[in-house]
Design a protein around this ligand. Structure first.
Ligand code: ADP
Length: 477
């Protein structure tokens, strides 16, 4: 039988990656086909032995029986060799299927010849049929038809080897020849059907794997989205709770504070010694600080009081910068502005936006030394506008990057720790984001990214402007 068949059963799928796996449908089919081939070979050898030994009982052990035994032993050795190759996943003469076909034609011809002597009637002629079926399963149609021709030649040669010559060509010969063609045609057609089914299975398996991967990606994406939504919800809940708390504190602390403040004012108007005057001043300073915190809390907890209307982003930035110019920090700063004058117009509360940019610029000024640089630059795409406030100060250490946005987090002696917290809330109310980065200038870069309103409202040609402005050097924040 054919050995090189494993070229198409074992060796070929190995080039197709996963298809050769015994667990994949295609790999399973290959192994099953290989198993059938090996078993057919062994069945042929065993049946041959039974036939020959039955004949030996009838006619005794003559020269023909000895030749048949020798041939079958050869066939058994060949089957053994092939089985051992098969068990190691290898193929005997895998690249030369026609050599196997020629060897089988000769082998079967000799079996028929020695069985009853020359002539077309040996039962071994049915081995041609087995060989053709096996060949059609393992190889392409061309190889199967060439093997059929070789077997016809082998069988005809045995038939004509009869001394009677052409006269023996009768029904037996004709029927066998028709049978051989019929089997070749039917087996080849069936084998082609099987191959197409195998290709379909491989293709479907591939699609299944792809859709499985796609499904996993979608699940991961959905999970990520869900986590983001959950985080946003949690954040919003925290903000709402904080707003309520802030409103309560502002109300409860505000009134007694106003009384204390007026009492302190009253006392200060009276004649005092140096010690009392100093202490009253200190008390007043601390009261002012508490009032600042309260004002920021009230601003935060009463968004309803704000007036929403069209606000030109360039205008609010410019307003915040003009206030910053008169910021009394007692410091000299280079303020670089790179802001296109025709940034989009937003529906928002103008005061809040001024507060936002003023806070960021004042923080930047606080962070820089005398003669330091603060840069405000804006840029836009169709969908977003980005405004970054940068400085050449020390920046924010990595471990504090998220904490600076928490309420009451401050590293300043007189800070409230509410500035960035409120800024982030203002930006988020407009559907944007406030993030902290490292600036090219060496310090921090606080970037506000806002989604642009619909295209119709926006002028599309930004005109950049960069000009240095010296920040006033009198007083502090
Ligand atoms: P406050 O200004 O009252 O401290 P903020 O919320 O505005 O409150 O700022 C919180 C903290 O973030 C500041 O105390 C400071 O440590 C840090 N910070 C803010 N802006 C900058 C900056 N430009 N460079 C370095 N640190 C900054």
């Amino acid at each position: 039988m054919h050995d090189a068949d494993r070229r198409t059963t074992v060796a070929e799928p190995a080039t197709r990656g996963d298809d050769s796996s015994p667990h994949s449908p295609a790999g399973g089919l290959d192994l099953a086909a290989e198993g059938i081939a090996v078993r057919v070979r062994w069945m042929g050898v065993l049946l041959g032995v039974i036939l020959v030994e039955a004949r030996a009982r009838e006619v005794g052990t003559d020269g023909n029986i000895l030749a048949l035994r020798a041939l079958l032993s050869l066939g058994g050795l060949y089957a053994l060799l092939d089985t051992s190759y098969s068990m190691r996943g290898k193929v005997l003469l895998q690249r030369y299927p026609l050599i196997i076909s020629v060897l089988e034609s000769v082998f079967l011809g000799l079996l028929c010849y020695f069985d009853f002597g020359p002539g077309p009637t040996s039962p071994f002629r049915y081995y041609y049929v087995l060989s053709l079926i096996s060949c059609a399963i393992r190889y392409d149609s061309l190889t199967a038809y060439v093997t059929w021709l070789l077997h016809c030649l082998s069988y005809t040669t045995v038939a004509l080897a009869e001394p009677a010559g052409w006269s023996v060509i009768g029904w037996d010969y004709a029927v066998t020849m028709v049978l051989l063609f019929w089997v070749t045609w039917a087996s080849t057609s069936l084998a082609n059907l099987l191959r197409r089914a195998r290709e379909d299975v491989v293709r479907l398996n591939e699609r299944l794997r792809e859709s499985h991967e796609h499904l996993e990606e979608r699940i991961a994406e959905r999970t990520r989205e869900l986590e983001e939504v959950q985080a946003t919800l949690l954040h919003q809940e925290k903000m709402a709770a904080f707003g309520l708390l802030a409103a309560g504190i502002a109300h409860e602390v505000g009134n007694p504070l106003a009384s204390i403040s007026s009492l302190v004012q009253l006392l200060r108007r009276r004649q005092q010694d140096e010690y009392t005057r100093e202490k009253l001043e200190l008390i007043e300073q601390q009261l002012r600080r508490i009032q600042t915190i309260l004002r920021e809390l009230i601003d935060f907890s009463r968004p309803g009081k704000r007036s929403i209307g069209p606000v030109r982003l360039a205008d609010v930035i410019s307003e915040a910068l003009s206030i910053a110019r008169y910021y009394k920090g007692g410091k000299n700063r280079q303020l670089l502005i790179d802001v296109p004058s025709d940034l989009p117009t937003f529906q928002a509360d103008g005061d809040s936006l001024v507060q936002l940019f003023l806070n960021l610029v004042l923080n930047a000024i606080d962070a820089t030394q005398q003669g330091g640089t603060v840069r405000v630059r804006a840029s836009r795409t169709k969908a977003y506008v980005e405004v970054c406030v940068e400085d050449d100060g020390p920046g924010v250490p990595a471990e504090l990057r998220e904490r600076v946005f928490e309420p009451f987090f401050t590293t300043k002696r007189t800070g409230t720790g509410l500035g960035l917290f409120v800024c982030r809330r203002i930006v988020e109310q407009l559907g944007g984001q406030l993030t902290l980065h490292e600036s090219e200038l060496g310090g921090a870069a606080f970037c506000v990214v806002l989604p642009c309103p619909s295209a119709g409202e926006m002028p599309m040609q930004p005109r950049p402007r960069t000009e240095p402005i010296a920040v006033g050097n009198e007083g502090g924040r």
